[in-house]
Design a protein around this ligand. Structure first.
Ligand code: C2O
Ligand code: CU
Ligand code: CU
Length: 469
């Protein structure tokens, strides 16, 4: 990422006060798209999560719906988004996975002041990479993300991929009481030390999913996004063979997933291409069998009765165009080891409210000023980060402001040229990732199981020019 772009954008950064400020679209309750300008209003709302005839659920929403509006923007063209805070608490928006200037990263106290109730903030950036990204608050995340504040941000390729249709499944996980309202108890310490707050109701695009209508013979690009606080999913498509074409927005070598399951931990995205080779009129289950004992059907693909749209599967190649990611130079890369520690049975003692740590240090909450960085990296250098999970739990580890190449797991090379911004690290596993530290700033590195993040599994990677150290 070029530093000139970073400078340009930070000069234009501004905090907008609530009164007297006018921009096209601000008064409008729905997001407006003028060129690439959007408005997002964070506010309480009532939504029919569990379907018609059921009680509406009180949520926090961008606009009037969960997930928030899908923002579709063009690669390499400037985007501006006004966020208006109509909540009763501070908020920010983080553009998860987008390589942008630190001033636009949405971490309160580190990259910007929080947006106070009644205030607005203008986010401006130029997405360098096409792909499936998302946005969510980085303030009181357990409550704000857990009560519905999340949406997809899709950066379109310059030349669209030849498919018949595109679909997006934004998956959310809720813990609902019998009356349909969100259960209290966010930040439960026992859960924070274990697998986090896992819910009892999974929605796709804001509702307990009905059948997904499909047509025999068509080719669909399906974008999967898991915005859950803690639920790790493993999706299996009955009688279908999804081909993974991108992970966390970044194209990979097209491949069928190992064991046929799409492993989708919190914050992760997977783009698959699905050739609809089922029989007209039939239904096929999509199941989440991450937990063998708790396997459930997420939804069914329901085939129309019509004859197939084409006699044979579409033979067009599936490879997506590469994004302009800098290739790390492994021969000269510097190495850093980050050890993930803590949790139930993890032997953390005397750490205050923290349950987890990275290299013995716990940063809690959502990020804040004044924390010494876990490590400092030199701007422009290549690095191999070794993530060593010393705990008995899984952690989807996320780095802001960069995408990294997943090199190996327990020393075994990872195939298919996989890049990501969030990598799932299993208990006792060691994962090596590599990237070029090309984006200056203090970047959060944290587990995206939100309870783990809030209870200490978070730190800052500082990237700065060598002369300043
Ligand atoms: Cu989705 Cu700090 O990130
Ligand atoms: Cu992020
Ligand atoms: Cu974790």
């Amino acid at each position: 990422m070029g530093t000139d772009r970073v400078g340009l954008l930070s000069r234009r950064t501004m905090l907008l006060s609530g009164a007297g400020f006018a921009l096209p679209g601000v008064a409008c309750p729905r997001p407006a798209r003028a060129g690439q300008s959007y408005t997002l209003v964070a506010r309480p709302a009532q939504v029919p999560l569990t379907g018609p005839g059921q009680p509406a659920t009180a949520v926090l929403a961008y606009g009037a719906s969960v997930p928030g509006p899908t923002l579709r923007v063009r690669q390499g063209e400037p985007v501006s988004i006004v966020v208006e805070n109509r909540l009763d608490q501070d908020t920010t928006v983080h553009w998860h996975g987008i390589r942008l200037p630190i001033a636009m990263d949405g971490v309160p106290g580190i990259s910007q002041p929080p947006i106070r109730p009644g205030e607005k903030f203008l986010y401006e950036f130029t997405p360098p990479d096409a792909g499936t990204f998302w946005y969510h608050p980085h303030a009181n995340s357990l409550q704000q993300l857990g009560r519905g504040l999340a949406g997809a941000l899709i950066v379109e390729e310059r030349s669209p991929v030849p498919v018949d249709r595109e679909r997006l499944w934004t998956i959310m996980d809720w813990r609902l009481k019998p009356d349909g309202q969100i259960a209290a108890g966010f930040g439960n310490r026992m859960e924070a030390a274990m697998s986090g707050r896992i819910g009892n109701t999974v929605t796709v695009n804001g509702v307990v999913p009905p059948d997904e209508p499909v047509r025999a013979g068509e080719r669909i690009r399906l974008r999967l996004l898991n915005t859950a606080l803690a639920r790790i999913m493993a999706l299996r498509f009955e009688a279908h063979r999804p081909v993974v074409v991108a992970i966390d927005g970044q194209p990979c070598d097209p491949h069928e997933p190992a064991s046929g399951r799409l492993l989708l931990a919190p914050a992760m995205r997977i783009d698959v291409v699905l050739d609809m080779q089922g029989d007209p009129g039939r239904r096929y289950a999509v199941t989440d069998d991450y937990d063998d004992d708790l396997e459930y059907v997420l939804l069914h693909l329901a085939y129309a009765r019509e004859a197939p749209v084409r006699p044979h599967p579409d033979g067009a190649p599936l490879r997506l165009p590469r994004n302009p990611l800098p290739e790390p130079d492994l021969a000269t890369a510097d190495r850093r080891e980050l050890v993930l520690q803590g949790g139930m049975m993890g032997g953390m003692r005397g750490m205050g409210s923290a349950v987890w740590a990275i290299n013995g240090v716990s940063m809690t909450g959502d990020g804040h000023a004044g924390m010494a960085p876990v490590t400092t990296l030199e701007l422009g250098r290549s690095y191999v980060l070794r993530l060593r999970n010393d705990t008995a739990w899984l952690h989807p580890m996320h780095l802001h402001g960069h995408s990294f190449r997943i090199l190996s797991r327990n020393g075994a090379p990872v195939p298919h040229n996989q890049w990501a911004d969030t990598v799932l690290v299993a208990p006792k596993e060691t994962v090596d990732v590599a990237f070029v530290a090309d984006n200056p700033g203090d970047w959060m590195l944290h587990c995206h199981v939100t309870d783990h993040q809030a209870a200490g599994l978070m730190g800052v990677l500082r990237i700065e020019a060598a002369a300043r150290r």
